[in-house]
Design a protein around this ligand. Structure first.
Ligand SMILES: [Zn+2]
Ligand SMILES: [Zn+2]
Length: 312
């Protein structure tokens, strides 16, 4: 796997860059591959302030790769300086609503902003149905706008791909994207994604319980963006809620405590670990130091406690 990846990267380095890439109003001195956290709060609940719902942006030669579409993704993408009509690639890690709620709407928002190109959307089985069902939901509006406003039919502009278990997802001249199944009960197929671009490899964990297989998948990556669960914070959270016991069981079985995130980063040997998808993500009493301290017991590399719109 590693050898194949190295070979592919050497091949990439020898290829000329595509001439027709969308150019954003971003400084050319920036890194070719950038990561911007769009939303860093785990879970579907929408807050009046604080962290936005989950989404992560990888920009490769200024082409946006949007990973997960929690509520608010369109606004956060705009806030990150990416015009919606530049949308090109979407990756969904799993079918929990904090990762999918704005999937159809993000594409719709790009369409009404003037998008007329092609979007490829990748994710676990169900992507095609999710896409089709969104268009069914919006059918009357879409049909009217095509007729009234002379827009192209959006149903022909997005291509949904239902992914299998593991392996290569897509590749173009800029990047090879691979996927790996991670444990996230009760979801049957949750995926982590790895972006091997020229000069930089980035892994996005998605939602996952502690996973040595993910550590293997992330081997040697420059940046690992990993979800994080803070156990004392969960105890405080469940004390406030009526469905406490059930919720606590779900959180502990399906997410990764900060100590274990540190183990994964250490096993993977990544240079930089970025924490995101914070659970609980709405407790301002938890400090950055508290988020990082469990991680540091096991991982000696650079630890970044993510915030919305932070660029790495
Ligand atoms: Zn989630
Ligand atoms: Zn989830």
């Amino acid at each position: 796997m590693q050898n194949n990846r190295r070979q592919f990267l050497r091949l990439l380095a020898a290829l000329p860059l595509a001439q027709s890439l969308p150019r954003l109003s971003l400084g050319q001195e920036k890194k070719a591959t950038r990561v911007i956290l769009l939303g860093t709060k785990g879970g579907p609940r929408v807050l009046a302030s604080g962290r936005s719902n989950p989404s992560t942006l990888v920009l490769i030669d200024n082409v946006p790769y949007v990973i997960d579409c929690g509520y608010g993704t369109s606004r956060q993408l705009l806030a990150a300086g990416v015009p919606l009509e530049h949308l090109r690639y979407v990756f969904i890690t799993h079918h929990h609503s904090d990762h999918t709620l704005e999937y159809g709407t993000l594409f719709y928002n790009a369409w009404v902003a003037g998008f007329a190109g092609r979007v490829d959307a990748y994710g676990p089985a169900g992507m095609t149905k999710l896409t089709r069902d969104f268009f069914t939901l919006m059918k009357s509006d879409i049909d009217v706008r095509i007729q009234d406003e002379g827009r192209p039919d959006p149903r022909g502009l997005i291509f949904a791909h239902d992914l299998g278990k593991r392996g290569i997802v897509m590749k173009n001249d800029q990047v090879a994207v691979t996927a790996c199944v991670v444990p996230h009960p009760m979801i049957k197929q949750a995926l982590a994604y790895r972006f091997d671009a020229k000069g930089r490899s980035v892994v996005i964990s998605g939602d996952t319980a502690y996973s040595p297989a993910l550590a293997d998948f992330a081997k040697g990556a420059d940046v690992l963006v990993h979800e994080a669960l803070y156990l004392p914070g969960v105890e405080n959270l469940v004390r406030r809620l009526p469905n406490a016991t059930r919720l606590r069981e779900h959180l502990l079985a399906s997410h990764t405590a900060t100590e274990d995130v540190g183990k994964v980063a250490a096993q993977a040997g990544v240079k930089t670990l970025v924490l995101t998808h914070f659970v609980p993500g709405d407790d301002p009493s938890i400090t950055d130091e508290q988020w990082a301290e469990g991680v540091r017991k096991h991982f000696g590399g650079k630890v970044i406690v993510g915030t919305d719109l932070m660029e790495i």
